[in-house]
Design a protein around this ligand. Structure first.
Ligand SMILES: Nc1ncnc2c1ncn2[C@@H]1O[C@H](COP(=O)(O)OP(=O)(O)O)[C@@H](O)[C@H]1O
Ligand SMILES: [Mg+2]
Length: 544
């Protein structure tokens, strides 16, 4: 391939590009074998280093520089050289690709970088499905120290996102590497992406030879000392970031990916906390599979990512707190440094005695069974397969057009507090009142039966018959309308506390009939009247 040519593919035997006549090797050394990406300000190629006998892989990054006069080019080249020095420093970190060379050739700027064998977290999401809480902690604990390291050197990455994070999946060098042979791209069927072939070969090798001893449970047996095999690496540092605002990039070029960008960065100012914001959104993307733009509710002006979690995805309050503080819009309320986040994570961890697992010697088998996962066409299907996702089949009927899907999701996720609030909102809607207005007990008599049926069904179903209006009503009947006894059974206070949440347990283990709270129902005079009114309503709607 000729880097920089519009018809770049050539036969292996060619010394000069058939498209433009350029010499095919960069610096008489680096041979591009496959384009990896093309962005607004450059291109990335997979390449091999011809001067090293084992022909190792490397990555070529070519930067497009727009210049009208030689002076502009000189400025760009100077900045480029300065930036290379900084990249060289950064590459000393084991989770940042090393800078192998930088040079200018034919008035074009290039850097050569260490090749990271592995896949991006974006690819991992597509292939393996949504990230679990455990995987997110791993991402945070691996990426935050890298951010700490670069921020200490006054470098802000500006483009943290799943496609710029790669998980290493590396083989120890064995002397022979079947991937080192120069690939004639003209011979590769265009439908088979190179990376898949590589992955297949790598996993075949891993599985048949060393994978058992490199698997995380046996990590003590790792031979390599400079990095862990499954480390996450931060890629895509570059000159592009330095050149922003110098008019040397193509006009209209935005550095960074708007969806993951902090609001202040969108307005043109960056802080270390801007990278933290993008890291927070990266995590949210990995646990929801929903692009960050959709996770913000413009009406309420707040993040509503929790409502996009599928029911099987359990995220602890501890992780929620960390993620929410990473994505605060106001910089002064966001975490200020990577170090601060790491400290918060560590202090929130309750020390547990982790039993040391004995290392069980791996029995080597001669059978080379390579299990390649069946290809599924889209992310959703993959997620469903991985998580045993079952669509929630509930009849969400409403006589007045109320949408009950949010209530359904919240209850399926056992987010009782939010579900309690949502119950209030849907009751308001079903009674054609505006959101968050208190309801009078007498209003309940006007509820359409279909709507009451739906709300009650969802509560009863997802609480395994612990909560719901009909469950409360059954208790009310057994105590023969005695409000004091009723409260005792369901765990409610018999007086109105100042804080309506006082004494409420939003937990599955709360007493039967404890939820919904009905805190949003007001009654004039006898304030327990709502139980009686609802009892009559349930009977007339034939809901038991
Ligand atoms: N050092 C590397 N090792 C392996 N693959 C890389 C490396 N750098 C980039 N890539 C691959 O190329 C893609 C594009 O590279 P990147 O540096 O992110 O450039 P861009 O500016 O086009 O986003 C990445 O998403 C990744 O798949
Ligand atoms: Mg990138």
């Amino acid at each position: 391939m000729t880097v920089g040519c519009s018809h770049p593919e050539n036969l292996n035997s060619a010394e000069y590009c058939q498209g433009c006549g350029q010499f095919l090797l960069l610096q008489n050394r680096y041979l591009a074998i496959k384009p990896l990406s093309r962005g607004g300000f450059g291109r990335t190629f997979l390449a091999i280093d011809q001067q090293i006998p084992s022909h190792p892989h490397c990555v070529i990054k070519q930067f497009f520089v727009q210049y009208e006069n030689p002076q502009d080019y000189q400025t760009a080249a100077k900045l480029f050289r300065q930036e290379a020095v900084r990249l060289d420093q950064l590459g000393k970190h084991p989770q940042i690709p090393q800078l192998l060379a930088h040079f200018e050739q034919n008035k074009q700027l290039f850097i050569i970088q260490e090749y990271i064998q592995g896949k991006t977290l974006f690819d991992e999401l597509k292939q393996d499905g949504l990230f679990t809480e455990q995987k997110i902690w791993q991402v945070l604990k691996q990426i935050l120290p890298i951010l700490q390291f670069i921020h200490e050197q006054n470098i802000i990455h500006r483009d943290i996102k799943p496609a710029n994070l790669m998980r290493r999946c590396s083989l120890p060098s064995s002397g022979e590497n079947s991937l080192d042979t120069v690939v004639d791209l003209t011979q590769i069927p265009p439908t088979i992406p190179m990376r898949d072939q590589e992955q297949a070969q790598i996993s075949a090798k891993l599985k048949s030879t060393i994978y058992p001893i490199l698997s995380p449970e046996n990590s003590d047996l790792q031979t390599s000392t400079d990095f862990n095999k499954n480390d996450i690496v931060l890629i895509d540092f570059g000159i592009s970031k330095l050149l922003t605002g110098t008019a040397l990039l193509h006009s209209g070029t935005i550095v960074g990916t708007p969806e993951f960008m902090a609001p202040e960065q969108m307005r043109g100012t960056v802080y270390p906390a801007s990278d933290l914001y993008s890291l927070g959104l990266t995590c949210l993307y990995l646990i929801t599979g929903i692009s960050p733009g959709k996770l913000y509710d413009d009406h309420d002006e707040k993040w509503n990512w929790r409502s996009y979690l599928i029911p099987q995805q359990i995220i602890s309050d501890r992780l929620e707190t960390v993620l929410n503080k990473l994505i605060v819009i106001a910089i002064n309320q966001r975490y200020k440094s990577a170090e601060e986040v790491l400290t918060a994570i560590q202090s929130s961890e309750t020390p547990v005695n982790i039993a040391v697992k004995p290392v069980i010697p791996i029995k080597k088998t001669s059978a080379k069974v390579v299990q390649t996962p069946a290809k599924t066409p889209n992310l959703l299907e993959r997620i469903k397969q991985n998580l045993g996702y079952q669509p929630l089949n509930d009849p969400l009927k409403s006589a007045v057009g109320v949408d009950y899907t949010q209530l359904q999701t919240l209850l399926a996720q056992k987010r009782w507090k939010q579900a309690d609030q949502e119950t209030w909102f849907v009751l308001c809607q079903a009674l054609k009142k505006s959101k968050k207005t208190y309801l009078y007990a007498q209003d309940l008599a006007n509820l359409p039966c279909e709507d009451l049926q739906t709300i009650n069904h969802l509560w009863v179903k997802y609480s395994n018959s612990r909560f719901g209006f009909s469950i409360q009503n059954q208790i009310y009947q057994t105590v023969e309308g005695d409000y004091g006894k009723f409260c005792q059974q369901v765990g409610w206070l018999t007086y109105n506390p100042n804080n309506p949440d006082y004494g409420i347990e939003y937990k599955t283990s709360a007493p039967t009939g404890h939820l919904p709270t009905r805190n949003w129902i007001v009654s004039t005079g006898k304030w327990w009247k709502n139980l009686e009114i609802l009892a009559e309503k349930l009977a007339s709607c034939k809901i038991n």
